[in-house]
Design a protein around this ligand. Structure first.
Ligand SMILES: [Zn+2]
Length: 73
């Protein structure tokens, strides 16, 4: 399976407004209010959040390389 290569792995917390970015696979970053977190760097997008619905927790801000694809199992 192919997917677009991740350029930046980030989200914006809808509670505190922080934009947090995971820059490496083991870089697990929480926003300042502790409502949501990102992980996975440019390898995969992992999100953690405290609300039931991710729509209420954060705004997705991930960016992808336009023309680069990586193979994924
Ligand atoms: Zn927050």
């Amino acid at each position: 399976m192919l997917r677009l290569k991740i350029k930046s792995n980030k989200i914006k917390c809808k509670v505190c407004g922080d934009v947090i970015e995971s820059t490496s696979v083991h870089n697990f970053e929480w926003c300042s209010c502790g409502n949501c977190a990102v992980d996975g760097g440019t390898s995969y997008l992992k999100r953690a959040f405290r609300t039931d619905d991710p729509e209420d927790a954060y705004e997705e801000m991930a960016e992808y390389e336009d023309d680069e694809e990586v193979e994924e199992e």
